[in-house]
Ligand binder design. Structure first.
Ligand SMILES: CC(O)(O)CCCCCNCCCN
Ligand SMILES: [Zn+2]
Length: 548
């Protein structure tokens, strides 16, 4: 059952701004919140959400991450003169203070904690906190990058303490590296921090050596920090999706978080003066959707950056559409990741290979994943005799088709690939013993193919006797709804109807639990398939050297 999506916003957080000249800070304006919330209202999205009031964070909340001396110092700012505020600001980098910013920072944090409380207690399934000041750059005793208190880092500590949450995944899709979050959890294996960020070989702000791909966490936390540096600008949708399919999602499924927190910065979208990237706002519908089957759907998105007001508003709307369960728009004309992205992808996978079994190999294969891609014309010629409307695909003809498929009388051939409409997966399984192998094959092979193929309909067939257990089946059904604007046709036997229907109705799939290392003996099957296919399917590329 879908308990709905929370939207947390209060216009008080628009009541602070830059009071002096500072080129580094002038982009962080109150209008960022006004246009974001306004767009949600205009598009009828605000009304579809559960409106939750903000609260003021307490000292105890703030001290979960920050030091007493820092909090005491910030507490003095409401009483400072303009000159004193300027003076106080000088000790930090790329941030400004204002008499009302301490109040707003408490509301931003309070909004974030209200969101996680409502998700953790099951009042809502997921939600978005539209806040400023942002948080992910602020550190234990320092403000930084427009941030005063680290909203998401505090939220992670808060849920561990209050709800005994064992594992929290933080996905930071803002175009800047959230160094404040990284520092909070670098030795903490219970919090997995993933961030991609414009880096340009350390030439981009905050110019930190520890933002590079080889910084993976310390001591017990080794492997629980994942940094993906973008060393060039103009990254596109394909680059972002490649990182999700081949780094974040495999690791996230293996980690199996109890809660997903998103540092939802939208300066990674096209038009943003900071990011200078080319990914379009609709990509956030897909990024959100791809995370929504983790943690039983418990996802809290918290606004970080985003400075192009038009791009920001559109991206916020795309995110909320997905949180509400609306089908994502079709991912238009995806080509492959660019060389720079592939290089980053390769470096990150290598740096984390020793910590995550899914990266040791592409995911084993207890399931024979036969990807039959059929052109509509082939279906029409061979299987649809009876349909009077030439373009109609009748259910009976589909069943006939399935039978032929299972006998592999119709096989994958190159020319078939390019006259699309159908993307047919027949998943033969030998029992559910190895959900991890299945999920890794879905994430690293099936989804990239599907996104690149961009079918107008997904036909999902549960072959008789395939021992796929319900939760795995629901994950598959849920993930595939990111394709074809959610037009998915499932042919199955009776037993699987309930879990499938709940997934088709938008319920999050149940968590698969922590995924153990998949047995290596089946690895080459999916590797071979990937190697064979990646010449034609760019999204399959990871520039992984074939495992020697
Ligand atoms: C939340 C956030 O990550 O978006 C904050 C970004 C701070 C950027 C500081 N440098 C700005 C230089 C201006 N050209
Ligand atoms: Zn940013």
């Amino acid at each position: 059952v879908n308990m709905g999506t929370a939207l947390i916003y209060d216009e008080e957080m628009t009541r602070y701004k830059l009071l002096w000249v500072d080129p580094a800070c002038k982009i962080e304006v109150p209008e960022r919140l006004v246009v974001s919330y306004g767009a949600l209202v205009e598009n009828g999205l605000a009304d579809r959400c559960v409106s939750i009031p903000v609260r003021e964070a307490t000292d105890a909340d703030i001290l979960l991450v920050h030091s007493e001396e820092y909090l005491e110092a910030v507490k003095k700012t409401p009483y400072m003169t303009l000159e004193e505020l300027k003076e106080f600001t000088l000790q930090y980098g790329d941030v400004y203070f204002h008499p009302n910013i301490y109040h707003c920072a408490k509301l931003a944090l309070g909004a974030t904690l209200q969101l996680v409380d409502n998700v953790m207690t099951g009042k809502v399934r997921n939600g978005l906190a539209l806040v400023r000041p942002p948080g992910h750059h602020s550190m234990r005793s320092a403000a930084s990058g427009f941030c005063i208190f680290n909203n998401v880092a505090i939220a992670a500590q808060y849920v561990k303490q209050k709800y005994g949450v064992k594992r929290v995944l933080i996905v930071d899709w803002d175009i800047h590296h959230g160094q404040g979050v990284q520092y909070s959890f670098e030795d903490d294996p219970s919090v997995l921090y993933f961030s991609w960020h414009r880096y340009e070989h350390q030439k981009f702000w905050p110019n930190l050596r520890e933002s590079d791909f080889d910084v993976v966490g310390k001591e017990k936390g080794a492997g629980s920090t994942i940094n993906v540096p973008w060393n060039k600008v103009k990254m596109q949708n394909s680059d972002y999706l490649s990182i999700f399919f081949h780094v974040l999602l495999p690791v996230a499924y293996e980690f199996s978080p109890d809660l997903v927190l998103v540092c939802a910065g939208f300066d990674s979208a096209i038009g943003d003066p900071e990011g200078e990237m080319c990914a379009t706002p609709d990509i956030f519908a897909h990024l959100t959707h791809l995370l929504m089957n983790l943690a039983g759907g418990k996802l809290c998105a918290v606004l970080e950056g985003g400075y192009n007001l038009k791009s920001l508003a559109q991206s916020v709307c795309q995110t909320v559409h997905s949180l509400l369960g609306d089908p994502a728009p079709r991912p238009a004309n995806l080509e492959g990741p660019c060389n720079s992205a592939l290089e980053s992808l390769q470096c990150v996978r290598s740096a984390h290979r020793k910590y995550w079994s899914c990266l040791k190999h592409a995911g084993s294969l207890k399931y024979t994943l036969i990807v039959n891609v059929l052109s509509f014309s082939t279906i029409r010629e061979n299987f649809i005799k009876d349909a009077d409307d030439k373009d109609a695909v009748t259910l009976s003809s589909l069943i006939a088709l399935v039978d032929k498929m299972e006998k592999n009388e119709v096989v994958l051939t190159r020319d078939l690939l390019y006259s699309n409409l159908f993307f047919y997966i027949s998943v033969l399984s030998q029992g559910c013993s190895d959900a991890s192998g299945f999920i890794q094959a879905v994430l690293g092979l099936l989804l990239p193919l599907g996104y690149e193929y961009d079918p107008s309909l997904v036909l999902l067939v549960q072959t008789p006797g395939s021992g796929i257990c319900d939760s795995v089946w629901q994950q598959l059904t849920g993930l595939l709804q990111g394709l074809a604007q959610g037009h998915i046709l499932v042919l199955m036997q009776r037993t699987c109807i309930d879990p499938t229907c709940s997934s088709l109705l938008g319920d999050a799939a149940p968590s698969l639990g922590q995924l153990h290392a998949a047995p290596p003996e089946d690895v080459e099957a999916v590797e071979n398939l990937r190697q064979r296919l990646k010449a034609d399917w760019k999204l399959l590329q990871t520039t992984d050297e074939p495992d020697d």
